[in-house]
Structure formats: C-alpha cells, structure tokens
Write a protein that binds this ligand. Structure first.
Ligand SMILES: *Cc1c(COP(=O)(O)O)cnc(C)c1O
Length: 460
C-alpha cells in the first residue's frame, strides 16, 4: 500500500482545522494557543505517522480500541466487499442481512452461556443508552415498573450522550449539564490508591462494595433497577479494583434483585487477557456493553449483549421495543467486526496477551516503582497505569489536579510516543499485537518522560 502514501500540505491543514473543526473533549483556546493539532496521516502496526513523517509509537491503541493494530488488509477488504455487495439496509421491520446475523452469532458465541442475543448500536455511548432503555423495558415487562433507579460510580466513564454522561461519574461532564437523569445515582469507586489510605486493599474493596448495598437500602430495594460498572475503570485512570470487590458486588446485586450491566467497551475483546473483563473478575452480568475493540475501531459499531433472563422476558411480553438506530447492525461495520474477531482468533491475540505480553508488561512496568514521581504502577493484561505523585509516602498529588499528568504527557508526545494522562495517572492500552521489544521501547520513552517531568515539577 506504500504507493498510496499521500503528501499533504500540513500547515494548510492545521489552518483549516483551527478555522472549521470543533474537536471532541478539547479546550480550543488552549489548542490554538499551542499552534493547533498534530495531524496524523497514516498508521501501520503499532505506529502512527504525522504529516511531517515522524513515527509515533501508539501506546493507547487510538482510544483503547485498535486491538488488531493498524493497516490490517483483512478488515479493509471486508468493508470493501460488503459495500459493493450491500452497503446499507436496515434491520427494522422484519428484515435482516448476512453480516448482522453472522456477527450476532459470533459475538454470542464469545459471551457467557446465558447470553444468546445481541442488539447493535454505533458507539459505546449509544449501547449504554440502549442498555438503560432495556433495563426500564425489562422491569416493566417483569411487572415491577417501580424499579427505576440505576446506580453507577463516581469517576466512571460510560460515554458522552445524555444517558452516557449521566450514567458516567465524571464531575466536569456533570457540571456542564451531563447529569440530567434524576433516577441515576452514584456511589464511591474502588480506587484504593486514591482513597484507601492505610486500609488493607481487600478490606477497602469490601467497603467500596458496601457502598452499593447502602445506596440500595437508602433508595429502597424495590425501586432499584440496575447497577452499571466497568470491570476496570478505563478513562477514570485504569482503576483495577481489589480482588474482594467484584464477588461482593455480585452478591449484593443477587440479594436485592438488581440487574448488573457490565460495560466492556474497553475490557472486551482481549484487553485483560480474556475475551471479556467479566472472565478476568468472575462477573456474572445481565447486560453487557461492547464497542471499541469489537471492530478495532476500523468502523463505528457497538453491541449490547442481552442475557436470556432479559431477552426471554421482553420477548414473552409480545410488545414492540420502541428503540433502534438507523445504522443498528450496519452491514459494512458488521462485516469489519466479524473480520476483526476472526483475526483475533486466527492470530491468538487474546492468548498472547494472557500468556506473553500481559505478564511481560506486568513485570516491565515495575521499573518505575522507585521513580520519585511515581506512587504506584499497576496493570492487567495490556492495560496499565502509572500514578504520579508529589510525595511517594503520603501519596500527595501536585496542585492543581491534572497538571503533573499534562506535563508528563507532553514529554511523551515530544518523544514520539503516546501514553495518555487521566488526571494525574498515566495510562496505557496498546494494540494487542504489540511485541515485547515495542513495550521496552515505550517504557524507555516513559523513563525519559518521567525524568523530564520530575525536573519540571521540581522533584529532580
Ligand atoms: C469509550 C467508552 C464508552 C463510550 O464509547 P463511545 O464509542 O465513545 O461512545 C463507554 N464506556 C466505556 C467504558 C468507554 O471506555
């Protein structure tokens, strides 16, 4: 494909971008002050290339999504073939088409045994909207319409639509009108490094789970419809709960008959070394949200896994579920997702994370434990975090919040590697095809970036 490399007028692109393009999650005043955006023009494997030809090691797999890496012809060809054969038809009104059917079958085969049905959407946000709609529809069909409250966690990320932002627990989003659904409530997160103090992590995990029980009792168990959570909080800062947390959450949901929505948008499709994070933590959900790794980001597609309990109840009811998207089960997106899953299988990428690169990363990241700027490192499979602190012992942060993260991230960027900052946590989530030597290369840059940031912040 090298013959297709195009030459761009980068300066003109930056000017147009600044003039006409409103970016998501961006402070535009800040962006323009810094001379505009970096223009990424192509990518291959684990590397991006910018308009000036610089090669950038992508430690984030785009936005936690390009699991099979960039430049995979199998996925491009699947889209091309499908677009020629049937570029679009809907799945409303008693019609269907081969890619949606084949993908639903394939996804169901990867989910736990009690999951046999899949509903398609186009983004993680939309899929969480759908899951919220399904929760309410289910309880109405089950004859308990008074179960309307949904519990989530502070600092959770469930998307950016009205429902996604309300389900999520991001304070800055809520402040800008993102908390518009009064039946959604939030409890503490299982973030031992930030909130655990001197308590033993196991004990802290139980305490964080008990917050769910307390909230259910406060609202009244007969009014609580569902609890939603990510197995590992991604955008919140790769928060890996203590081992005691998920079993206790599971018990509470069972005891009070509260549905469990597992948001697998990041953890799904191999990230933690299993097909889904629910296997890593022993979670038994009623609904599952999937996006990102489902198509490795090659085309937008998302899915809701619907358990037999939910599907059987709403189907027995006989009524129509008044919900769907024009592009639910888009043929090209489904074809690409199917090719993506086949590639994960053929190249045994999930196994590679479990047995090779995941354990390697877990060892390699420990090299930062002694760094003066680092309070803790942690990882599971190919998702990890480095906590930045002013004082290693007390875990005190720099002020204002997020400053140390931004400074460190910029030092990565300058050195042509990407790790993202979530507040003062540096996070990584590379493509699942990454090799050990590339993990080493990423961490060599990380060491330089941490040293440079520590100097900037007055620690070294
Ligand atoms: C990214 C993300 C979403 C939202 O997905 P979009 O495709 O951006 O709408 C939802 N949940 C989690 C856990 C995510 O990481």
């Amino acid at each position: 494909m090298t013959e297709m490399i195009r030459n761009y007028d980068v300066e003109a692109l930056v000017r147009s971008d600044t003039a006409h393009h409103l970016h998501p999650f961006t402070d535009h005043k800040g962006l323009h002050g810094e001379g505009g955006a970096r223009i990424i023009t192509r990518a291959e494997g684990v590397y991006l290339y910018d308009g000036h030809g610089a090669r950038i090691l992508d430690g984030m797999a785009g936005l936690w999504c390009v699991n099979v890496g960039y430049g995979r012809k199998e996925l491009a060809e699947a889209a091309y073939r499908q677009m020629l054969e049937l570029p679009f038809y809907n799945t409303f009104f008693k019609t269907s088409h081969p890619p949606a059917i084949e993908l639903a079958d394939k996804v169901a085969s990867k989910l736990p045994a009690n999951f046999n049905r899949v509903f398609f959407a186009n983004s993680g946000s939309e899929a969480n909207d759908t899951n919220l709609r399904l929760v309410h529809h289910y309880w109405q069909c089950a004859g308990k319409p008074e179960k309307v409250n949904v519990i989530s966690r502070e600092n959770a990320y469930h998307g950016s639509t009205v429902a996604g932002a309300a389900l999520g627990g991001m304070k800055p989003m809520h402040k800008q009108g993102g908390a518009l659904i009064p039946t959604i409530h939030h409890i503490m997160q299982p973030y031992w490094f930030k909130d655990g103090g001197d308590t033993d992590p196991g004990e802290f995990g139980l305490k964080a789970a008990k917050a769910l029980e307390d909230k259910i009792l406060e609202l009244g168990p007969d009014t609580v419809a569902a609890f939603i959570a990510e197995p590992i909080q991604g955008a919140g800062g790769v928060i890996i709960p203590p081992d005691t947390y998920w079993p206790e959450i599971q018990r509470i949901c069972r005891d009070y008959d509260v549905l469990l929505i597992c948001d697998e948008v990041i953890c799904g499709f191999g990230r933690t070394g299993n097909w889904f994070g629910l296997e890593t933590f022993g979670i038994e959900p009623d609904l599952i949200t999937m996006a990102k790794g489902l198509s490795s980001g090659y085309l937008p597609i998302a899915a809701c896994g619907v358990s037999d309990r939910i599907a059987d109840t709403i189907m027995a009811n006989g009524g129509e579920f008044y919900h769907g998207y024009t592009y639910s089960g888009h043929p090209a997106a489904c074809a690409v997702a199917l090719a993506n899953i086949e590639l994960l299988e053929k190249e045994k990428l999930v196994e590679k994370v479990a047995t090779e690169t995941g354990p390697y990363l877990a060892e390699a990241i420990k090299r930062f434990d002694d760094h003066p700027l680092v309070g803790e490192t942690r990882s599971r499979g190919l998702i990890g975090a480095i906590e930045l602190v002013k004082d290693k012992k007390t875990r005190e942060r720099f002020k204002p919040d997020g400053k140390a993260g931004t400074v460190t991230r910029d030092h990565f960027f300058k050195r042509n590697a990407i790790m993202r900052s979530c507040g003062d946590v540096m996070v990584l989530s590379p493509p699942l095809i990454i090799e050990k030597t590339e993990i080493d290369a990423l961490f060599d840059v990380a060491e330089q970036a941490l040293d440079a940031a520590a100097k900037d912040l007055g620690l070294m």
